[in-house]
Design a protein around this ligand. Structure first.
Ligand SMILES: [Zn+2]
Length: 376
């Protein structure tokens, strides 16, 4: 395991490839931003806006996938107020047992800024079964739900004949999952190659009880269907100089976003601005840490190092303290939801712990072998 020389990204992130000088793709992109010709990028953005307005078959110029969180609120307002477009928002909602009150309030806050929004609620029973399956097959409960989240938007875009789709962050540029990279940094038509989405493969969702008609909301449209519908998926983050967790968090909090009040060691998040609408992504971040050696706080720290807000040394201390942390209460509520005991939860996690990176003290207790910032 190696670390980027500039930030604290490890080369264990799926899809990542460091440059020859041990620099991660996200730091490389950040460096390039200094020399970007923003005027020509603005012109490019204009041409995309025109594409949306030209193909306004339904009355809506574009569609935006939203959750009501910090990124989506900022994007929605930008599209409406800066780009002067008429967007339709699409929100794939969590089932009642998973959605937090804060998540519901944030959706209300967002639409109260004057938006039309379609909410999609996949069947809670199937949702829960698939989550359980994702947890036992991949030790990643979000594998099916992310498929639903990312499929819902192009599906609706095709149904409503709205060819322009905005998403926010390009994971290839801003995180380093290079499989997502399209023909340029704004092109999101390769989104389904993202690690979690596995090319849109849904075969593992099927079994004797669950046939294809039960998982329609999880089916990512085929390339053929997307081409016929002339779909154009675009990352808005590519056009912003200041796309970051903190900037988006500040912007949206000032516009009514309700954020978390838990402590960093309960959620592995120093500012409480991520995963506002449910509580279990936090435990997935802990599992990610045990699989790859980096968790949620690494994403914050990496961004802050690049932006010069903290030094790499300060980052190392934060990562040591908080990465991979998750409150017991979320492990409890998650286990209860998918119908397993805490012991069974740790049995499964135990199988996925990367023993090259961690030594096993006992089930549920692991000690890192690597040095943060240095590697193995
Ligand atoms: Zn880096």
């Amino acid at each position: 395991m190696r670390y980027c020389k500039k930030c604290l990204q490890t080369d264990t992130r799926p899809g990542i490839k460091f440059l020859e000088n041990d620099i991660c793709p996200a730091c490389n992109y950040h460096n390039q931003l200094k020399t970007v010709d923003w005027d020509s990028r603005k012109e490019y953005l204009k041409s995309i806006v025109e594409f949306g307005k030209r193909n306004n078959n339904s009355g809506y110029d574009c569609i935006i996938g939203v959750s009501g969180g910090k990124d989506s609120l900022r994007q929605a307002l930008y599209v409406k107020e800066v780009l002067k477009m008429n967007p339709l928002l699409v929100c794939l909602s969590y089932p009642p047992e998973q959605l937090t009150q804060r998540g519901a309030d944030n959706i209300s806050n967002m639409i109260n800024h004057g938006f039309d929004c379609v909410n999609i609620y996949p069947s809670p029973q199937i949702w829960r079964k698939l989550m359980r399956k994702g947890f036992f097959n991949f030790t990643n409960w979000a594998k099916s739900t992310e498929l639903a989240l990312f499929s819902s938007v192009p599906r609706l875009a095709i149904a409503y004949q709205i060819p322009l789709i905005w998403w926010g962050e390009n994971a290839a540029l801003q995180l380093g999952d290079l499989n997502v990279m399209g023909k340029d940094g704004s092109d999101g038509n390769n989104l389904k190659k993202m690690n979690t989405l596995g090319g849109g493969d849904y075969s593992w969702l099927l079994d004797r009880e669950i046939n294809k008609n039960k998982i329609l909301q999880y089916l990512y449209p085929s390339n053929d269907r997307m081409e016929k519908a002339n779909l154009r998926i675009t990352f808005l983050g590519y056009f912003w100089k200041d796309w970051s967790l903190v900037d988006n968090g500040n912007f949206s909090t000032l516009r009514g976003l309700d954020i978390r009040s838990e402590k960093p060691w309960e959620i592995g998040d120093p500012l409480g601005i991520t995963s506002l609408d449910e509580d279990w992504v936090t435990l997935n971040q802990m599992i990610k840490y045990l699989k790859y050696g980096f968790g949620r706080i690494s994403d914050y720290v990496n961004e802050d190092i690049r932006l010069g807000r903290i030094s790499r040394e300060e980052g190392i201390e934060l990562v040591k303290k908080y990465d991979g942390k998750c409150s017991e209460k979320y492990i409890k509520s998650f286990s209860k939801y998918i119908g397993i005991s805490i012991d069974e939860f740790w049995d499964q996690v135990d199988k996925s712990v990367n023993l090259n990176l961690f030594s096993r003290v006992k089930k549920g207790v692991y000690k890192r072998k690597f040095k943060v910032g240095k590697g193995l």
